[in-house]
Design a binder for this molecule. Structure first.
Ligand SMILES: *Cc1c(COP(=O)(O)O)cnc(C)c1O
Length: 365
């Protein structure tokens, strides 16, 4: 027997989410974002399952892209932060990687080398997030350099939305205006062919104007809503990751008795406490507070006391008949990682992405 804590990756749910993205972006193409080991879901498994459904993949770096090539992924791969050094451009060309160019520094590096064959370049424009991207007033200059370069086959103009997940759309509208104004104001843009890419998951679901030639879904593929409020389309997403374990001990405690390290939680009534084989060493967030929901036999119970490295304790006083070996869902189909994240001062993105390598992973289709 082994420790029961495990992660189940549901490829049917993945495909269903991907088809939702595809139907929303029916006029454009999909770049499935599989950076950071596919948000902790296992990039090779996810990319192999998605390959027939999408047009390309995006990762953060050359290292991540090479792992996918080794696993047999043949689609073009986009490096979202571009190249970090000059020798990477040659590898990118060899491997059919496409590049983001997000600064004048990268633009000059790229146009000053000679590639054996031209490649597709994604020129990123900073429309208001102020993280990566050339300034809107440099778009014409950037396009001119790319257009004159022998290294370029195709150009995609891209930008990234900072708050498409917010209920309030004025910032997104402002970003779209800045981006399109920059293109509109560029004489070179009128002379050349290019395509456009704006939307992340929140844009795809919530902002139809952001759906363009190339769309970049990430979190929605994994079945988590990018929104922290109910949203009709996002409600159709199905969780891909289920984080499960089992009850390994059950005890009765008296009122006034404490549970866990530091005695932070004290029973107010005669209580039944179930101990679950999962802890921060398995990827459960240590800062999840007492009261965080945990499903025991499919019923909601509350985490009590501090999260240990390998265990948590749950108050199951109000549940019928909890026994050793009973099933526990930490998050997944019946309890969203987003809801758990809300009790741990973070977001669902972080919870799924930072699963440790010791976590056992099982892929089901
Ligand atoms: C991570 C990322 C995405 C995907 O974002 P989600 O919110 O997960 O859909 C899209 N575009 C860029 C540039 C990214 O870095």
């Amino acid at each position: 027997m082994s420790r029961p804590s495990e992660i189940i990756i549901d490829l049917k749910a993945l495909l269903s989410n991907c088809r939702l993205a595809g139907s929303l972006c029916a006029e454009g193409k999909l770049v499935a974002v599989v950076k950071a080991d596919a948000y902790g879901h296992g990039a090779a498994d996810i990319a192999l399952a998605l390959e027939p459904e999408v047009d390309m993949f995006a990762v953060s770096s050359m290292e991540e892209a090479l792992v996918l090539r080794k696993q047999g992924i043949g689609l073009p791969l986009l490096l979202l932060e571009g190249c970090f050094s000059t020798n990477e451009y040659l590898i990118a060309e060899q491997q059919k990687f496409e590049l983001v160019i997000h600064s004048l520094h990268q633009l000059h590096q790229f146009t000053n080398i000679a590639l054996p064959n031209p490649i597709t370049v994604w020129l990123k424009v900073d429309s208001g997030m102020h993280r990566l991207g050339i300034q809107p007033e440099d778009v014409d200059h950037g396009l001119r350099l790319l257009n004159e370069s022998q290294n370029v086959s195709n150009i995609v103009l891209m930008t990234h939305l900072a708050s498409a997940d917010s209920r309030e759309s004025s910032f997104t509208d402002m970003q779209l205006t800045r981006f399109f104004d920059a293109i509109e104001g560029s004489p070179v843009a009128k002379e050349i062919d290019y395509s456009i890419s704006i939307a992340n998951s929140a844009g795809i679901i919530g902002c139809p104007q952001s759906r363009q030639d190339w769309n970049r879904p990430g979190i929605m593929l994994y079945g988590l809503s990018p929104f922290d409020f109910p949203q009709v389309l996002a409600d159709e997403l199905r969780a891909v990751m289920s984080f499960q374990s089992e009850v390994i001990a059950v005890r009765d405690i008296e009122p006034g008795e404490a549970v866990g390290y530091g005695n932070t939680w004290i029973a107010q009534r005669p209580s039944i406490i179930a101990t679950i084989a999962v802890g921060y060493g398995d990827g459960y967030p240590r800062n999840a507070a007492s009261g965080t929901p945990v499903l025991v036999n499919g019923q909601r119970a509350a985490l009590v006391g501090r999260v240990s490295m390998d265990m948590i304790c749950v108050d199951v006083t109000d549940l019928m008949n909890v026994n050793i070996g009973d099933s526990v869902e930490l998050w997944g189909k019946n309890l969203s990682a987003n809801e758990v994240a809300g009790h741990a001062n973070t977001i669902g993105y972080e919870l799924v992405t930072r699963m440790p390598t010791r976590a056992k992973r099982r892929v089901v289709d």
